[in-house]
Write a protein that binds this ligand. Structure first.
Ligand SMILES: [Cu+2]
Length: 416
């Protein structure tokens, strides 16, 4: 066998020079015979590595079993029928349980907001629930609502990607008077179809909003005119009604308040406070629609689009009467809303005024999705009185309490 000088030091061929130093053989063992073709007796030692048929069959069998097991395991936990195109770019929440029967539609519904769909970045201190001014078309009040994907600060340091009406969360406040004829043009700049429902208002059926039930969904880039006359006074709200568990949970809702007409319009309070509730699921820079499901449980909570300590502080004087309108704009969670400093009087529920004898006192009301409570609260002695949810986790920000709380908490500052 040819060998160069350089090879010699490394080789262990028996018929050539031994290496300069050879490690001692382990005690009790003969040094292993080098297995080379040119061994002294000339026998072909490769026979030691020849594969017998039973060995080949065994290896083949094991490989097939392992491959089949891998395929079966994948098929038993994931839906292999979903093509990449069906869920293109979808980012799923960590912890979400996806099984063999999870369809692509469910994944798209629960996926993170696509950062590529962002069209607007709201200023850090922007506030939602801004009064929407109509234009007049004859005697019809015309409002414009535009849905799009925005970046929105729920805290100074915490930005979410939201679905929003008119670049704010909640959407702008629509204020009507009983008897108003309105036309509300909803324009869709979302990457998916949408519609709007006027919760609690009795409107013509074709104007009620549920997608694919009373109307075709408004496609991306399209619009729809909702026309009706407001005939009920009270606290209402509007929200998306297409893939509502995704779209409303991401911020597509807003207050709709109808004042009584004429003499009945006399305000029962010194000040009015609208409280709209929402949850957020924000993880690793992605925003998911909060749902009571694995991976989608919320970690932030907002009143009117802000978490405490960024929630608005209400200022009142001792003896002031506050009309607080609680709106269950949450898509999926119930919030027992509590006010300190004395009970309040429930004067209306779900947009229906309670007769004097039917009014009642509470200090906590369970505000479920869709519910509204109008309550009157009188400012007691001076101080900082809390209005907050009594599910304690809902008064934290990502499980952390800061400046004494978080999430669904606001301060009513009362002075002399
Ligand atoms: Cu709560």
């Amino acid at each position: 066998m040819p060998a160069t000088a350089g090879d010699e030091a490394m080789t262990t061929h028996g018929s050539h020079k031994k290496p300069a130093r050879r490690p001692p053989a382990p005690r009790g063992h003969e040094p292993a015979a080098p297995a080379t073709a040119d061994d002294a007796d000339g026998e072909d030692l490769d026979v030691a590595f020849r594969v017998t048929r039973p060995q080949l069959a065994a290896a083949l069998f094991i490989s097939v079993v392992v491959l089949a097991a891998g395929l079966t395991l994948s098929a038993s936990v994931a839906n292999l029928g979903i093509g990449a195109r069906d869920v293109e770019g979808a980012v799923m929440p960590p912890g979400m349980i996806m099984t063999r029967d999870t369809p692509a539609q469910a994944m798209r519904d629960m996926a993170a907001v696509d950062p590529d769909a962002l069209t607007y970045r709201a200023p850090v201190d922007a506030r939602g629930d801004q009064l929407l001014e109509p234009t007049m078309d004859g005697d019809v009040k015309v409002f414009q609502l535009e849905a799009s994907v925005i970046e929105w600060n729920i805290l100074d340091y915490e930005r979410v990607m939201a679905y929003a009406f008119n670049h704010q969360v909640p959407g702008p406040r629509i204020r009507l008077t009983v008897g108003d004829r309105v036309r509300i043009r909803v324009t869709n700049h979302l990457p998916e179809p949408t519609t709007v429902h006027w919760h609690g208002l009795i409107v013509p059926n074709a104007m009620d909003g549920p997608a694919e039930i009373t109307q075709d969904p408004i496609p991306p880039g399209g619009w729809f005119d909702y026309e009706f006359t407001a005939n009920q006074a009270g606290t209402f709200f509007y929200h998306s009604h297409s893939h509502v568990d995704r779209q409303q949970a991401l911020g597509l809702y807003g207050a709709l308040i109808v004042d009584p007409h004429g003499a009945a319009a006399a305000h029962p309070a010194d000040q009015e406070v609208v409280v709209q509730l929402q949850e957020w699921t924000e993880r690793e820079g992605y925003t998911y629609p909060a749902m009571p499901m694995e991976g989608l449980l919320p970690n932030f909570f907002t009143i009117n689009g802000k978490a405490y300590p960024e929630t608005e502080t209400i200022h009142a004087r001792v003896g002031d009467q506050l009309l607080i309108r609680f709106i269950g704009s949450s898509s999926a969670f119930i919030h027992p809303m509590h006010i300190r400093g004395g009970p309040f009087t429930v004067i209306a529920t779900d947009g229906v005024s309670l007769a004097e004898a039917a009014r009642y006192q509470k200090d906590t009301v369970n505000v479920a999705p869709g519910e509204r409570y109008d309550v009157l609260w009188t400012a007691p002695e001076p101080g900082k009185w809390l209005l907050h949810c009594h599910i304690n986790h809902h008064t934290t920000n990502d499980n952390v309490e800061e400046e004494g709380g978080g999430g669904l908490m606001m301060i009513i500052g009362v002075s002399h």
